[in-house]
Ligand binder design. Structure first.
Ligand SMILES: [Zn+2]
Length: 399
């Protein structure tokens, strides 16, 4: 089984990077224009191979040129798939002033802590300080939020997955608590208060800035300026949200690894958003509930740590009593049953998911009181030294 991880590095704007991005944009635009012109005039849809031979850039490595032409064909392909369900989808027609630059493995060399990215024989290569292994593909793009270039290095990793279940833990993804993890004895509640507060602030800011933009004259310079400022401010908050999600999930996976967990069962809540209307406020909450991204982070981080992940439906798991299996609807944050069983509401959910997967009745007597984990910006993500969860800062610290 293979897995891709991406390492990101920010680069200052330089004339060389500008020149490369401009050359890529020029090649992409040429591809777009020629493709649609041939469709219009001759009614021929040229293949990617023909286009790669027709258009190349003298400022880029031959493989980089091919990759840019392929980018156009990839978006054409995704449009063809999208068209089946969405009649309003449009094919890629826009020309680009700048475009991302891609280096494939033949153009990448690593020597003495420097990465040498070739741009063809007649051009000077791009040289970057590099402390890590040689990546298999590199992409250079513009980061709008930080107003600088971003180098994205992809690594392909081979990972052995455990065949047996081993020790099983379950996670319940929720709106109030992003993750509640149960392993039969311990129940860990990851507090989501801070995450919620950032998201709430983002909503308020969005409204305030939109109002400000609406007051400006259409197509005026001021309006354009405020739109740009809105995008920048919202992007900053998005980065904060992403940071919190990454830190929490890294911490969770490293904790599972430390406890010797081999299988993580994830309560599947994917269809909760469809077909239900809870009113304006609750709908917004539900739609911004980041279980999607948290689930994806958990899945790939577990994969990297050698933990198997399983998705199961979580029907009634938040209602069933752990002691007598009676179904109750919990009213507030505490779960209370007529058999005098009491527990944290979300702790019940994750313990039930675990029991459901294993097909057993949980032993209530073994269960410890749930412990909470609050987010703070310097939270320790790696509890063990031997697993690194793809965070470049951790590996720099050792240099
Ligand atoms: Zn009960």
């Amino acid at each position: 089984m293979s897995n891709y991880i991406v390492r990101k590095l920010k680069l200052e704007k330089t004339p060389q990077l500008d020149h490369l991005a401009r050359a890529a944009g020029e090649l992409y635009s040429r591809t777009v224009v020629s493709f649609w012109r041939t469709v219009r005039k001759k009614n021929i849809w040229l293949s990617g191979y023909t286009m790669e031979r027709w258009h190349t850039s003298s400022s880029l490595h031959a493989h980089s040129s091919d990759a840019i032409v392929q980018c156009f064909y990839n978006s054409l392909k995704s449009w063809r798939i999208r068209r089946k369900t969405d009649p309003h989808s449009k094919p890629p027609r826009r020309r680009r002033w700048y475009f991302k630059v891609i280096w494939k493995s033949a153009a990448i060399k690593l020597k003495g802590g420097k990465l040498r990215l070739s741009n063809g024989q007649s051009n000077s290569p791009l040289i970057v300080d590099w402390y890590w292994e040689k990546p298999s593909i590199i992409e250079l793009g513009w980061n709008k939020a930080s107003q600088c270039y971003e180098l994205r290095a992809c690594y392909k990793e081979e990972i052995a997955q455990p065949i047996n279940d081993g020790n099983v833990a379950a996670v319940d993804l929720g709106e109030i608590h992003p993750m509640v993890i149960a392993d039969g004895v311990n129940t860990d509640i990851f507090n989501g208060r801070y995450l919620r507060s950032v998201r709430r602030y983002q909503n308020k800011l969005k409204v305030r800035l939109s109002k400000l933009i609406d007051r400006k004259k259409f197509r005026s310079k001021r309006r354009k300026r405020s739109i740009k400022s809105k995008q920048k401010q919202l992007a900053k908050l998005n980065n904060q949200i992403k940071d919190i999600e990454h830190k929490l999930t890294s911490r969770a996976v490293s904790m599972l690894k430390l406890r010797g967990i081999q299988t993580l069962v994830i309560g599947d809540v994917r269809d909760i958003r469809n077909g239900l209307d809870y009113g304006k406020k609750n709908n917004q909450k539900l739609h911004q509930w980041s279980f999607g991204s948290i689930r994806i982070h958990l899945e790939y981080k577990c994969k990297k740590a050698g933990i198997k992940t399983v998705l199961i439906t979580e029907e009634y798991t938040s209602q069933e009593c752990l002691n007598c299996r009676k179904r109750n609807k919990p009213k507030n944050r505490n779960y209370r049953c007529s058999c005098s069983f009491e527990f944290h509401r979300d702790g019940v959910g994750s313990n039930n998911i675990r029991a459901k997967y294993l097909g057993i009745v949980p032993v209530v007597g073994l269960m410890a009181r749930p412990s909470g984990l609050r987010f703070h910006s310097h939270i320790q993500c790696n509890l063990t030294d031997n697993i690194l969860l793809g965070n470049p800062r951790d590996s720099i610290a050792g240099e």
